[in-house]
Design a protein around this ligand. Structure first.
Ligand code: HEM
Length: 320
């Protein structure tokens, strides 16, 4: 009997691992300790997105930048503490770029009011990312498993090493995703997040003036706002055609050589990934399905569970 049940649990763990579902996270983790957790997070996200539509994009990106550096452990939210924490917020891929920290503080404060010390900041990021996509017009939904705990440290160097840069070529993108156990399908599906949100001129200037696979009218429409020098921090929509809709227009843009970032356009130009771009161009249902599946996988990247880490009281600081 004992042998049979251990065989069964081994099988379940194996099945979960193959699906990208972490065996230690569950949908019911807060059922008895904080039944209001999901509704409080959702309400705060909906209010924030109503106030500023772009916030949906910013919260989605925060979860991605958390998970790619030491797993989904809210390390991205820790402020620098001289001599103790050399945090991720000030690392070049995040500095002056990540947004939404104040909204996360508000979500956390609202959750703390109903169940103090119970809900982790890492789970808040995972749930808020899903709620953000749902709050943007047209976005798909998925079940978020919870039970992640928060780190007691962060990694400035990890942010530089693990986060993909906008001038990355296809092999670098595939490698950075593979390092998180994410496939090339996940890479193409998750890049579809660029159907919403904005990017600064300084991050696509090289593409604008050096790449040949760029539509001439699209290039021309960007040149005045993003000249060869100046306007570095001016924002432009990542999806030129339907910037506020969560749809498969991002892939259609790539077909017309209207991807904003070099790292977007290379997905179509490489035979390793173009197949998936074509698939999501022709079917938003397939894009949504792949996106939801990949978000679940990304949310399960090496979470801290059990007795590891802590439940931070303030998402910006370690306890005590
Ligand atoms: C494939 C590699 C990726 C690269 C190279 C990349 C790069 C970038 C860059 C350079 C920006 C603009 C930042 C700025 O202007 O300061 C950006 C914005 C954004 N990224 Fe990505 N990204 C990638 C993948 C992802 C993934 C996997 C997601 C989420 C699942 C994501 C979600 C977003 C969103 C929503 C925005 C807009 C944020 C806002 O408007 O505040 N990105 N990305």
């Amino acid at each position: 009997m004992a042998n049979y049940s251990s065989f069964l649990s081994f099988f379940v763990v194996l099945l979960c691992a193959c699906n990208g579902v972490s065996a230690s996270l569950s949908k019911t983790h807060y059922h008895s300790t904080c039944p209001q957790a999901f509704s409080v997070i959702k309400k705060t996200v909906v209010e924030a997105v109503k106030k500023e539509a772009r916030m949906g994009a910013s919260l989605l990106r925060l979860h991605f930048h958390d998970c790619f550096v030491n797993g989904c452990d809210a390390s991205v939210l820790l402020d620098d503490v001289p001599g103790k924490i050399n945090g991720e917020k000030t690392a070049p891929p995040n500095n002056m770029s990540l947004r939404g920290f104040d909204v996360v503080d508000t979500i956390k404060a609202n959750v703390e009011k109903v169940c103090p010390g119970v809900v982790s900041c890492a789970d808040i990021l995972a749930v808020a990312a899903r709620d953000s996509v749902v709050a943007v017009i047209g976005g798909p939904t998925w079940d978020v498993r919870v039970g992640r705990r928060d780190s007691t440290n962060a990694s400035f160097d990890g942010a530089i090493a693990n986060l993909p840069a906008p001038n990355s070529n296809i092999s670098t993108l595939i490698e950075k995703f593979r390092n998180q156990k994410l496939t090339r399908v996940d890479l193409v599906a998750l890049s579809g997040a660029h159907t919403i949100g904005q990017a600064r001129c300084v991050l696509f200037r090289d593409r604008l003036y050096n790449d040949s696979d760029i539509d001439p009218s699209f290039k021309q429409s960007l040149e005045a706002g993003c000249p060869l020098s100046g306007n570095d921090n001016k924002d432009f929509p990542l999806d030129v055609a339907t910037p506020t809709l969560f749809d498969n227009q991002y892939y259609k843009n790539l077909q017309q050589e209207k991807g904003l970032l070099h790292s977007d356009q290379v997905l179509l130009n490489s035979s390793i990934t173009s197949h998936f771009v074509n698939r999501y161009t022709s079917s938003s249902t397939r894009f949504f399905r792949a996106f939801a599946k990949a978000m679940i996988k990304m949310g399960n990247v090496t979470p801290l569970t059990g007795k590891k880490g802590e439940i931070r009281v303030n998402c910006r600081k370690v306890n005590g």
